[in-house]
Design a protein around this ligand. Sequence first.
Ligand code: NDP
Length: 579
Amino acid sequence: MSEGKKYNQRYRTIWEKDNRFKGWLQPVEGDKTQARCRVCGTTLKAHLRSIIGHNDGKKHKKNMTSSRYPPVMASGLSCRVFCRGITLTVTGPWNYVAGKRCDPIDSLGFMKVTEPATGQVMCEVPISGPTEVDRAVASAKNVFSTWSKLSGRERGQKLLEAGRIIRENLENISSLEVRDTGKPIWEARVDIASCADALEYYGGLAPAIVGQYVPLNGGSFAMVQREPLGVIGGIGAWNFPMQTCVWKAAPALACGNTFVYKPSQFTPITAVTLSEVLTQAGVPPGVFNVIQGEGEAGAKLCEHPDVAKLSFTGSVSTGTKVMAAGAKGIKSVTLELGGKSPIIIFEDADMKNAVKATLMANFLSQGQVCSNGTRVFVHRSIASEFIKQLVGATEKLKIGDPFAEDTTVGATIHEDHAKKVLSYIASARKEGATILCGGERVMQQGKLAGGWYLSPSVIGNCQDHMKVVKEEVFGSVASVLEFDSEEEVVKRANDTDFGLAGAVFTKDIQRGHRVANAIEAGMVWINTFNLYPTEIPFGGYKHSGIGRENGLTVVDYFTQTRTVYVEMGDVDCGPLYQD
Ligand code: NDP
């Protein structure tokens, strides 16, 4: 064996044994001494060279020829990141079509994307024009027949692998999410881990997405085949950028569909990261595509004749447009829209848990959460003690640098939105409510000075008719409302066009269930708030949406059934036919 071959074999053995590198090297057929990088296709030795060149040319090139250890191991994380083909910095191109990052082939200009934490422009992203949307949809359509014909197990394995890659890069991807959204790093970690959860859940489920056999009279039978729909058009909001995307893409892909996603113009980064993760996991080029742009690109995607279904997360007003576009093409539509959810705290509730849940129901992600329990109904007999404890806990929240480990409240998504939130607080004051704490811009020093940091606000003396109580604020504003009886509070809680979520706090098990069953919402918690594990469906009643995400039920939204009736006897057409 030549020296070169010995060299390769030695490194290959080491790399194969090292769990950190599993999944991205594959053996070269017919040459046991070689391994190939699954991302760029080059052989092990050549690939090492490119990695080394990328990281620190001279130093590692020297190591490569002299070191007794694989140089990449010495050169650390950035090399592995490079090998994996996942870009973990804020770097374009920002579209992802046919398995590659790319610029749009027609661009309608640039979006200046601001980093919420600093208020400074973080990147400029080309706006995809109609031809680019066509190209992305064509790319998804072309690969549909290949992807949909894979077995569920094969598709599932790739999604499981994607989940694993996300976990392995959790910290770096979470940092990107912080830069995109301004939310505190601890929250971003939870969000990104939940993306891995969803990929693993639907990866595991994929082989079990099957049809039915239905026995009929006289030995005849029917097969109910479960089929994917085709190309799915996904559009997302800015508050949970990667999670929103994964909640749509993971089940869609598990069911055999292909996907084109348009992120919000405010948070373009992590949908492209997800694309790279999926490619790295072995999902074929074209199965998952990203086009960046504003509402126009989203509208074009919705209208596209080759898009079979629309899955949208955003406001009610845009959701209405998406549904209208779907109606034109007779496309099925899933809508995850806004909310104004009630949290009902009875006099027997565990006070500390109720306070903790109210914080979770109002101040996560700077209050920019669709399911937030912003109408806090408290039984009059405990209201003053509850308010005292809630205000105390709210004032302890630490506002500031989202990358600091002890920060609990980060930056609002952008200036216009922050001003909108402040205008709701002003309107509450004007209508006679009392601002018990917060509701102001908190100026930061240094590089954070341009960010819009708002102090979380608790508002007392609220009435049901007030603007802040009726409309979705989408900011850190909790309106406290007092009530006297169960019957009264249920009526008031349901007096809204929204129906996304709700909660009841009580130690009385019968009352807990009774009230939970009476709340007109798609998601109701008893004695907690804002938890949505992948295993359970999430979605709204009334104007909060149509369809569900997560859980087993979502399979019905991403598949259609073909029933094949098999006649085992003669055709029985009654008196229609006479011998
Ligand atoms: P928007 O409705 O403003 O935007 C949502 C997405 O739709 C964005 O990507 C937007 O593009 C795009 N869009 C805009 N116009 C059109 C159009 N005509 N056709 C197709 N797509 C279009 O919502 P926000 O981004 O402001 O998000 C906040 C809202 O989302 C809140 O109401 C919140 O409650 C809701 N939401 C609901 C969730 C749920 O699961 N129920 C979860 C998270 C948020 P662009 O903005 O880039 O122009």
